[in-house]
Each structure stands twice: as structure tokens, then as C-alpha cells.
Design a binder for this molecule. Structure first.
Ligand code: NAD
Length: 299
């Protein structure tokens, strides 16, 4: 396998985290200690692992972390009250609500309760709307990580034809918006698309975010395409459990100019961009409170 074809998410995430550490040092020198609060409701084992990893990465980056592990029986009103308290706390800059929530809590209502300025997952409708208008807002971490990998690989993305496979609110839709903002021509294909494969064959860039193991094989790809595989699928491989992407890596490799592996591609980028968003939120909140102070002092 040519190493030149492999887009290494671990190396790219380490670069992003190094920049985050430098930004944290600068903020601390200005008297601001960036802080991320993570709320987890319930007992989902995977969510507990994700939260532990997020807290660890935050600490490594010098970001103060606050962890709220609430029982599955937590009432929606209690969760909303905690979110309100953290929204009002000037020492908390980022607020993340780990999904999924227990079924008795309405996900949209909980996500909408997070102050947009602290919404480091970029799921609040104000940030979603801002992204679709091409404004600089907090954007979802996984697609932001994918865009970083693409720009590191291809440089300027202007004029490229990108096909995004999947239209979820977490990956597909924000990915399409980010690629539009980067001046790509964007096609989004999904489960109801008439011929997803034919559309994909036209793409310079393919982003696969489906959740179907190895759905996209080499025959879906144009010669020289750049492929970002977001999918994380656990399969049984002759009695051994292992992770594969949405792209059939072995048949794609001879066709592509570059491709992310699974694992070790997009995965590490998500947490790196969560830290980057937390630092951006802390900086923005500091600027806003400075300008508020200036406004008040002029009266
Ligand atoms: P989702 O289930 O919310 O959305 C899947 C999308 O795929 C849907 O929009 C659906 O229309 C589309 N789809 C389904 N079958 C299709 C088909 N045959 N052809 C074309 N489109 C089809 O999933 P999601 O949350 O967007 O996640 C997608 C994958 O990415 C999953 O494997 C998930 O585990 C992974 N993921 C990885 C990261 C990471 O950090 N690397 C983060 C988020 C999601």
C-alpha cells in the first residue's frame, strides 16, 4: 500500500491538538481558563467510553473539564435546569450533551436549551442556520475534521465536485454545507437516491457517512478521487470482531488518489475539533464580554 495514498487522521489530529494547546496557553496568559462541561444521562456503555475520552483529551490540552453523569431516571426539567446553570456560568465556555438521551427526554428541546455561544457540538439551530448561511459559527466536529483532512490533502477545494453519501444532521448535512462554503459543487445522496453509485462515480471527493459496512466499493469511484470514510461499523470477520468503514478499502485503494483508513482516519479528528471548538468558544466569549464592558463604560 502506498503510504502517500493514506490520509492519517492520527497525525492530523495531533497537529490540531498541538495548535489547541498553544491557543490554551495564550488564553491562560490573558487570564482565561477554557472549560468544557460534558453532560451524560443514562448508562449507555459506548457513551461512557466516549465521554471518558473527551475528558482525557481536554485535560491533555490544558482545558478544564467538568463532568455531569446523571442517572437514566433524570427528568427533562432537571436536565434543562442544569443546562441553564451551565449556560449562565461565565467560567464554562463549552457545553456538550452526550447523545443518545433516554427516550423520555426530548433531544431537540435539550439541544436547543444550550446557549449557541457554548454549543461546541454545533447542533443548535442558530449555529446550523449560521453554517448554512456561510457564517463563521461553531460547526459539528466530525464534518469539520473531514474538511481539515481534505484541505490538508488537496489544498484549495474550489470547483471540486464533492458527493456526500448520507444526510444526517450530525454528519451529512453539515458536511455538505462546509463543502459549499469551501466552494465545492456538492451532491448529497441518501437512502432514497435513484442511483447513488452513478452520482458517486462523478465525484472528485467522496464523503461516506452511511453506517453500512463496505457499501462503497472501487466500482463506485472515479479514478483519482479523494475518499473520506466516516463510517464506523463493527463486523464479524471469521469469528473476529473488527471495525470497518462504509468504503471497501481494498477495492477502493487502487482507484483513489487518497483515502482515510478505518480506524485511524476520521475518528481521531472528531475529538480534536471538539477541543478546537471549545477554545474558539472561550475566545469568542472573552471578546464579547470585553466589548460589552466597553459599551457599558461609554454610558
Ligand atoms: P445516520 O444513520 O444518522 O445517517 C445515515 C445516512 O445514510 C442517512 O442519511 C441515510 O439516508 C443514508 N443511507 C442509508 N443507506 C444508504 C444507501 N444505501 N445509500 C446511500 N445513502 C444511504 O448515521 P450518521 O450519524 O450520519 O453516521 C454515519 C456513519 O458515520 C456511522 O457509521 C457512524 O458510526 C459514523 N460516524 C462516525 C463518526 C466519527 O467520529 N468518525 C462520527 C459520527 C458518525
Amino acid at each position: 500500500m502506498s503510504p502517500l495514498k493514506l490520509i492519517d487522521g492520527k497525525v492530523a489530529a495531533a497537529e490540531v491538538l498541538q495548535q489547541v494547546r498553544e491557543d490554551v496557553r495564550t488564553l491562560k496568559a490573558d487570564g482565561i481558563e477554557p472549560a468544557l462541561a460534558v453532560i451524560l444521562v443514562g448508562d449507555d456503555p459506548a457513551s461512557h467510553v466516549y465521554v471518558r475520552n473527551k475528558i482525557l483529551r481536554a485535560e491533555e490540552a490544558g482545558i478544564r473539564s467538568l463532568e455531569y453523569r446523571l442517572p437514566a431516571t433524570t427528568r427533562e426539567t432537571e436536565l434543562l435546569a442544569l443546562i441553564g446553570t451551565l449556560n449562565d456560568d461565565p467560567h464554562v465556555h463549552g457545553l456538550l450533551l452526550q447523545l443518545p438521551l433516554p427516550p423520555h427526554i426530548e433531544e431537540t428541546r435539550a439541544l436547543q436549551a444550550i446557549a449557541p455561544s457554548k454549543d461546541v457540538d454545533g447542533f443548535h439551530s442558530e449555529n446550523v442556520g449560521g453554517l448554512s448561511q456561510g457564517r463563521d459559527v461553531l460547526t459539528p466536529c466530525t464534518p469539520s475534521g473531514c474538511l481539515y483532512l481534505l484541505e490538508q490533502t488537496l489544498g484549495d477545494l474550489s470547483g471540486k465536485h464533492a458527493v456526500v453519501i448520507g444526510r444526517s444532521n450530525i454528519v451529512g448535512k453539515p458536511m455538505a454545507a462546509l463543502l459549499l462554503k469551501a466552494h465545492c459543487s456538492v451532491t448529497v445522496v441518501h437512502s432514497r437516491s435513484a442511483d447513488a453509485k452513478a452520482l458517486c462515480q462523478l465525484a472528485d471527493i467522496v464523503i461516506a457517512a452511511v453506517g453500512r459496512p463496505r457499501l462503497i466499493d472501487g466500482s463506485w469511484l472515479k479514478e483519482g478521487a479523494v475518499v473520506i470514510d466516516v463510517g464506523i461499523n463493527r463486523i464479524d470477520d471469521n469469528g473476529r470482531s473488527r471495525l470497518v468503514g462504509d468504503v471497501d478499502f481494498d477495492s477502493a485503494l487502487p482507484k483513489v488518489a487518497a483515502i482515510t483508513p478505518v480506524p485511524g482516519g476520521v475518528g481521531p479528528m472528531t475529538i480534536a475539533f471538539l477541543m478546537k471548538n471549545t477554545v474558539a468558544a472561550a475566545r469568542q466569549q472573552a471578546l464579547s464580554s470585553q466589548s460589552e464592558a466597553v459599551c457599558l463604560s461609554t454610558y
